[in-house]
Write a protein that binds this ligand. Structure first.
Ligand code: TLP
Length: 349
């Protein structure tokens, strides 16, 4: 059987042996009653690590973002989002469906929205206009190829909203990747925002779960919104136990995923017919164009899959490769030689 090298996403990572041990041994209780000691412990550790007063364990990043939107926004308000952001692009229209909000997209460059554009998008008080109720940021930025926002960029964007009394939510699904890439404490990156969501799954390797963090008051309201979405879990300590291991043991090793991504990008850049600028991808997500080969990204992805390499198309001509703890350097080398083989075959026609 061909070995499968799964570069579709860091969401495919499996729990470590340590996680499974911690899950099996976890002390549990009914978390809807606030009685699960392991969930409580995770929420405390997470709040401390991310630099906010309180934290809430949620089943997924999507739920974390949507609970944040529901908690910050009133129905009929407008939320400013970057045009390619996950919360707008990949969350099934949840902003409209769940928060009852209208999304106002503004363009970004690698996830950074010019503060003047944010200011200009904020609605003045007028009978005709919705009220602007929230600004959302994303770090690292998924569709921008794992692009990193610095603390200063975050501060500048947040300030544009906050100086007009508008709160700021950060989709920090991969915020620890950003912190590792910048060599900074993650709290520096989250300090400017009012709420932040980050994932324990993805690069950190937990099987399930994300964290939403903010003030005590915000999290108290968010807990109720999590409940209405069906996210009030019972003996969730089984899952939270893996999250604790993720936070305590899996953050620093993200550097290895970044090094693997860099290596992969440099090798792909040497293959004629592929277009990728290795310097543009500082973390674990790469975007590579196959346009020059005259083949669609979907077709290229299907050819790769026939050889056991999985990578998702993200546009008509671009593929995304994501490195993570469950792909080794040797597997990356194998993936590169398979890509080479496929490109050579296409170039022969
Ligand atoms: N991203 C997934 C897909 O949904 C595209 C992936 O494979 O990258 N924010 C960001 C920035 C994300 O990248 C994701 C997941 C989420 C939120 C949602 O997290 P989950 O999958 O836990 O709901």
């Amino acid at each position: 059987m061909t070995e499968v090298i799964d570069l579709r996403s860091d969401t495919v990572t499996k729990p470590t042996a340590e996680m499974r041990k911690a899950m099996a041994a976890a002390e549990v209780g009914d978390d809807v009653y606030g009685e699960d000691p392991t969930v409580r412990k995770l929420e405390q550790i997470a709040a401390e690590k991310i630099g906010k007063e309180a934290a809430l364990f949620v089943p997924s990043g999507t739920m974390g973002n949507q609970v944040a939107a529901m908690t910050h926004l009133q129905r009929g308000e407008e939320v400013i989002v970057e045009a390619e952001s996950h919360i707008f692009y990949y969350e099934v229209g949840g902003l409209a469906l769940l928060a009852g909000a209208q999304a106002r997209t503004i363009p970004g460059r690698k996830g950074f929205m010019e503060p003047e554009l944010i200011t200009a998008a904020i609605r003045p008080d007028d009978l005709h206009f919705p009220r602007t109720g929230l600004l959302c940021l994303e770090n690292t930025h998924n569709r921008a190829g794992g692009a990193v926002l610095t603390a200063e960029q975050t501060r500048l964007m947040a300030k544009a909203a906050q100086e007009q009394g508008i709160p700021v939510h950060l989709d920090g699904a991969r915020i620890f990747n950003a912190a590792i890439a910048l060599g900074t404490d993650v709290r520096v990156l989250t300090a400017p925002v009012d709420s932040v969501m980050f994932c324990l799954s993805k690069g950190l390797g937990a099987p399930v779960g994300s964290i939403l963090a903010g003030t005590n008051e915000f999290i108290r309201k968010a807990r109720k919104n999590r409940k209405v979405l069906g996210g009030g879990l019972r003996q969730a300590g089984i899952l939270a136990a893996a999250g604790i291991v993720a936070l305590e043991q899996m953050v620093d090793r993200l550097a290895e995923d970044h090094a693997h991504a860099r290596f992969l990008a440099e090798e792909l850049a040497n293959i004629p017919g592929l277009t990728i600028d290795p310097a543009a991808f500082p973390t674990n997500i790469l975007i590579c164009s196959v346009a020059k080969l005259g083949i669609s990204a979907a077709r290229f992805s299907a050819l790769l899959a026939q050889h056991g390499v999985l990578a998702n198309p993200v546009s008509a001509t671009e593929l995304r490769f994501v490195t993570h703890k469950d792909v080794t350097k040797a597997q990356i080398k194998t993936a590169i030689s398979i890509v080479n083989q496929i490109v050579k075959a296409i170039n022969q026609f």
